[in-house]
Design a protein around this ligand. Structure first.
Ligand SMILES: *Cc1c(COP(=O)(O)O)cnc(C)c1O
Length: 485
């Protein structure tokens, strides 16, 4: 038996590389990432061809390990060189963010030390880091001392917890679900509806409140709808306000929505997945009036705090609401009760064991301080205004609302062409070229090109390139539809 143990141990020891091997691997990764950064300014914002990724989908999982160089080579060709490049300053589609370098260092340390951030007993320090970050963010939103929350993998999971908490707090029984009403606008992110469904409330009534010309929820229409619903015996349950819609960056009239929610005893949730950390910019402070009156709020550090993907934030104005909706106990966790007075992320959220996410947020904030974040966010707001003004000057431009934050839409409507086909062709051509990336959307059914400026690497230069690219494509297409131009 000992001989067998020795043999197994010898093989198993390959799971613990020695110092030399660790250094070789780490240096290979370090060389790779340095090369990546060096090439980044000239890298495309989008690779139109997905075919290299087909090989990786068929790669065997080997019985014996492969050399690091081979694995990295495959990553470069089959992963890095496919799809969008969210680290590029020229990427202005969907909601950019970037991916801060110190977050990678935080992830590195988190994986190597593998601290158990979910339970205070298991890692008082890791839990304290998460709780401290949550408290800082709650403070930024103007929430009171008793507020709290947790770090999730993104806004979707954070929203799911908030909606579950709302349903428990409002005591919507499953017999009542089909009379419970959720108030959204036509611009609310689809994740709300998705989470309502996952939370077992598919039978709930969803009211899409109309928006004004700037795509903000119309509070009068909301008020009228809530009153009509109440009069017909329904239960106004949840009001969702957006602090920065995905389509246009519109900010709903938060203080008025807070009043209406309070008057009718509804839970007021704010989706600030995109807009949340603009609270750090003086230029956006006005949008945050009344935010402290929300019951819950979701923000995405992987958007307006520039972190790599995988970090969302859920906040509630009273941590007890979240605890009551999530706390469970198993006998195998009795040891942890000695610190029951401390907040354990596992007691207020769906996850038990989880990634030590706090460290990827902690490192950038501690290493670089808040000042560069404030500057970068204000810069994005001004860049969006600048790009909006420049594009508005192009021939036949039809602009959406002025950017309140850093997103705007536009299209071109030359005489005698089908605008949807004309603009869809332009978007597709710009994307296929790959130099800059913008995305598309529909507003009230109308097709638009859409620009979102939020990568911390986007500066005046990148925005000028965007404007130039749009201009070139426009002139070229105009030439084709009316060569006499
Ligand atoms: C991105 C976004 C979401 C979804 O967040 P994920 O982090 O992708 O899960 C929800 N709401 C808004 C307004 C968003 O911009």
């Amino acid at each position: 038996m000992f001989a067998q143990l020795n043999n197994l141990a010898e093989e198993a020891r390959r799971l613990s590389p020695d110092e030399g091997e660790r250094k070789r691997w780490a240096q290979a990764i370090f060389a790779y990432t340095e090369g990546y950064y060096e090439a980044l300014a000239d890298s495309p914002a989008y690779h139109d061809d997905p075919s290299p990724s087909r090989d990786i989908a068929r790669t065997p999982i080997p019985e014996a390990g492969l050399p690091m160089e081979q694995i990295l080579g495959q990553f470069r060709q089959q992963v890095e060189a496919t799809g969008i490049n969210p680290t590029s300053g020229k990427f202005m589609g969907y909601i950019p963010g970037g991916g801060l370098y110190p977050s990678a260092l935080g992830d590195w340390l988190a994986a190597i030390t593998n601290r158990y951030a979910s339970v205070f007993f298991a890692s008082p320090g890791a839990a304290a880091i998460e709780n401290r970050l949550v408290q800082w963010a709650a403070n930024l939103m103007g929430f009171p001392e008793k507020a709290g929350g947790f770090l999730a993998s993104g806004a979707s999971m954070a929203t799911l917890s908030c909606i579950h908490t709302a349903r428990e707090h409002q005591q919507i029984t499953h017999k009542q679900v089909d009379r419970a009403v959720v108030y959204l606008s036509s611009e609310t992110h689809h994740v709300i509806t998705k989470c309502i469904h996952i939370a077992g409330m598919k039978a709930a009534i969803l009211r899409q409140i109309p928006v004004d010309e700037a795509f903000r929820m119309d509070p009068q229409a909301l008020q009228a709808q809530v009153e009509a619903d109440k009069a017909s015996g329904l239960i106004p349950f949840l009001l969702v306000g957006s602090l920065g819609t995905t389509n246009t960056g519109a900010v709903d009239p938060i203080p008025v929505l807070a009043d209406i929610a309070a008057t009718h005893g509804m839970w007021f949730h704010i989706d600030a997945a995109y807009g949340g950390f603009f609270a750090l910019s003086e230029l956006a402070r006005e949008h945050f009036e009344g935010v402290d009156r929300a019951h819950s709020l979701v923000a995405d550090p992987h958007k307006s705090l520039f972190l790599p993907y995988g970090t969302g934030l859920a906040l509630v104005r009273d941590l007890n609401w979240m605890r009551e909706a999530h706390a469970y106990m198993g006998d195998y966790m009795l040891d942890t009760l000695v610190h029951a007075d401390q907040v354990s992320p596992a007691d207020i959220s769906p996850e038990l064991t989880k990634h030590f996410r706090g460290l990827r947020m902690w490192f950038p904030l501690q290493l670089m301080g808040l000042a560069p974040f404030r500057a970068a966010l204000s810069e994005k707001i001004l860049l969006a205004r600048y790009a909006y003004m420049q594009i508005a000057r192009l021939p036949d431009a039809e602009m959406g609302p002025e950017p309140g934050l850093s997103v705007f839409v536009f299209r071109f409507c030359p005489q005698g062409v089908d605008p949807e086909a004309f603009n869809a062709t332009m978007a597709r051509d710009i994307q296929a070229q790959g130099q800059v990336f913008l995305s598309t959307t529909r507003l009230k059914g109308v097709f638009f090109l859409r620009v979102a400026i939020l990568c911390f690497r986007t500066h005046r230069e990148e925005v000028d390139l965007l404007i130039q690219t749009v201009r070139d494509h426009l002139l070229q297409q105009l030439e084709q539809v009316a060569p006499s131009h």
